[in-house]
Design a protein around this ligand. Structure first.
Ligand SMILES: *Cc1c(COP(=O)(O)O)cnc(C)c1O
Length: 376
């Protein structure tokens, strides 16, 4: 059983064929339609289709005015693109620890991380569970600092009934095949801030504005557009969004029920008032269980699993540059070693979910009964 499979078929194929036949391939009417669909879903006024969530985060940070030597606060536990875009700006990522149960930035640690150089706070909605945005927004507002949601995994996630992507100054979604919907590669920025929107619109396309017959280049911008070939796939995917979300919710509930009885395994939590998108279904293993050995045992049982995500301060680039000790970021360090992602996607059946839970139970049992040396 694969860890993940995108839900693409005849609809996406037809959508791509239509664009190719039209002769208009770069960003155009399809991207505009996809932007409108995402705005509708997220409840924002402005949406910008971009070539990936990574380029979207970069564009949004530039739009927010983050400059070299500024600091940007991020949780330590995320896909490293979150920190890379900060480094690409010449700014400094400031890693804050997470809450162990939600994997999200710990608001209680935020205040102490703020300095006069803090230019943005970038909470991540880990695996599709929104960060605790009310306290984060409150602290940000007190200091006048913008909040950029890394909502890469969180399309359809809700925080106290409000959609991810509408909770901060701006939000960024990913359309990578591992995410809720896909365009192959792609992403979307959402915001209600009209001035930020105006800056991002120009920066996304070479810093160019139309000026009579030609273009006038008013800024040194990027080409971070999403092509209409990709956007057409996204439109077909958006038609399946309700189905995708429904299946993910149903399967996640089923999996949580079955995993409840597996000793040494903690199922993901969903705080009151939140809707988890379940982009990834991530459990935590007790500290005495060798997570990597469980991954190998599950592979033997033909169930593909992987780590949760990365504690970024442990990665060679960030370790060499910042040298942050593990004790400073204990929860992220532990999540890096003990979190485990299980297969969960709309194509799975309830009996597949049974198999995932049963394989996990078996794998944990085997790892616990055999010392690592004996297994190898
Ligand atoms: C996937 C992901 C990204 C990067 O998304 P791309 O569209 O592949 O650039 C960034 N942040 C988080 C939290 C992600 O999960």
């Amino acid at each position: 059983m694969r860890l993940n499979l995108p839900l693409t078929g005849a609809e996406e194929l037809a959508a791509v064929a239509e664009v190719l036949e039209s002769g208009y391939l770069t960003q155009g009417p399809k991207a505009a339609t996809l932007e409108a669909l995402v705005n509708d879903t997220v409840g924002t006024e402005h949406a910008f289709a971009v070539s990936s969530a990574t380029t979207g985060l970069h564009l949004a940070l530039v739009g927010l005015g983050v400059k070299p030597d500024d600091e940007v606060i991020i949780p330590d536990f995320s896909f490293p693109a979150t920190a890379n875009v900060v480094v690409q700006l010449g700014a400094i990522p400031v890693f804050v620890d997470i809450e162990p149960d939600t994997f999200n930035l710990a608001p209680a640690l935020l205040e102490a991380a703020i300095t006069p150089r803090t230019a943005a706070i970038m909470p991540v909605h880990a695996f599709g569970l929104t960060a605790d945005m009310d306290p984060i927004n409150h602290i940000a507002a007190v200091h006048g600092i913008p909040v950029l949601e890394d909502a890469a995994c969180a399309l359809t996630a809700l925080y106290n009934g409000r959609p991810a992507g509408s909770l901060g100054t701006a939000g960024v979604f990913s359309f990578h095949p591992r995410k809720i919907i896909t365009t192959g590669e792609g992403g979307m920025i959402t915001t209600n801030d009209s001035e930020l929107a105006a800056r991002m619109r120009v920066l996304r396309t070479h810093g160019a504005v139309r000026d009579g017959l030609f273009m006038s280049f008013v800024d040194a911008g990027f080409n971070y557009r999403l092509s209409d070939v990709h956007a057409a796939i996204g439109i077909a995917q958006m038609a399946k969004l309700d189905h995708i979300v429904g299946r993910r919710q149903t399967l996640a509930s089923a999996l949580t029920e079955r995993i409840g009885s597996v000793e040494g395994v903690t199922a993901p939590v969903v705080p009151e008032g939140s809707r988890h998108s379940f982009q990834s279904y991530v459990v935590t293993l007790d500290e005495d269980i060798d997570r990597d050995a469980v991954i190998c045992e599950m592979r033997e049982l033909d169930v593909e699993t992987t780590l949760g995500t990365y504690s970024m301060h442990l990665q060679p680039y960030f370790r060499e540059r910042f040298g942050i000790p593990d004790e400073a970021l204990p929860n992220a360090t532990r999540a890096h070693r003990s979190a485990l992602t299980l297969p969960l996607y709309p194509q799975l059946s309830e009996s597949d979910v049974d198999r995932v839970a049963e394989s996990l139970r078996l794998a944990v049992e085997r790892v616990r009964s055999a010392p690592a040396a004996a297994r190898r």
